[in-house]
Structures are given as C-alpha cells and as structure tokens.
Design a protein around this ligand. Sequence first.
Ligand code: FMN
Length: 148
Amino acid sequence: MAKIGIFVGTVYGNALAVAEEAQQVLEQQGHKAEVFEEATLEQWQEYLQQVVLVVTSTTGQGDLPDNIQPLYAELCDQLGYQPDLRYGLIALGDSSYDTFCGGGHTFDELLQEQGAKRIGEILLIDAIEVVEPEVFAQGWVEEWGTLL
Ligand SMILES: Cc1cc2nc3c(=O)[nH]c(=O)nc-3n(C[C@H](O)[C@H](O)[C@H](O)COP(=O)(O)O)c2cc1C
C-alpha cells in the first residue's frame, strides 16, 4: 500500500473537495493519504520516494492558484530532479478559456522535466460540463489507486 500526499491548488474550494474525496477513496483501498492545502517544500520532500497526487484548478489566464504557487516556485528553484517520485494529476478548469486546465498542465510539465513518473493520464475536469467534480473524479481515483 502506498503513502500518498495530496497537494491542492484551489481558489473557490472545488479542487479541495476533489482532493478530500480522493483521500477517502484511497484510504478505503488501504493506502495512507494526507491532504495539503498550503504545502511547504519540506512536506513535498517527505514524498520524494513515495507518491503524490496534485489536484489543482486554474485561475487568471492559465495560472496556478495562489495557495500552490509558492510550492511550484520552490520545486522549480530548489529541487531540480526527483526521479523516484511517482505522481498523478487532476486538473480542474473551464473549457471556455483558451488556457483550459493550464495550471495543471504547467505542474505536469515541471514534474516531467524533473524526471518524476506520472501514473495514469491526467484527469481534466471541465466546470462547464461537470457540476459535482468530486463525484466525477471518484472513478478515476479508484482506478488510479489500483495502479500504485
Ligand atoms: C477568475 C477566474 C479565472 C479562471 N481562469 C481559468 C483559466 O485560465 N483556465 C481554465 O481552464 N479555467 C479557468 N477558470 C475556471 C476554474 O479553474 C474552474 O472554475 C475550477 O473549477 C475552479 O476550481 P477551484 O474552486 O478549486 O478554484 C477560471 C475561473 C475564474 C473564476
């Protein structure tokens, strides 16, 4: 069973609701999962040999929310390489923006550059089509949890 850190980027709480649902699903599968809303680099580093799930929305024009931006910047500036990290990514956005799920894609690109291994495809959740993102994400999380 895996130890999973769930790192959240949110403005209005939708991504947090998805993260909390994911935590429940993963714990029901027997994993150990913890949610981080204002994560520090130190908290991320506890998972470098483990698994992280990044759940982030997009704000502005394709930007990461303020609560996850500092972590992203620290990963860019201070880590560089994290080849033992396995991760999954859930991106929330709105397809009426050109920069659909830009925040999630930005985070994914960084982790790819730094040698982390993504488990599964990115789950994209479009606010135009999905009313309850935490319900929508359940099936994806169940499957993702079995791949760990
Ligand atoms: C001011 C504002 C800017 C946004 N910019 C984008 C964007 O550039 N790209 C995108 O895909 N979604 C964008 N969205 C949509 C949000 O990402 C989407 O509504 C998401 O579900 C919000 O999740 P949250 O409550 O976790 O922040 C924007 C929403 C707002 C209110």
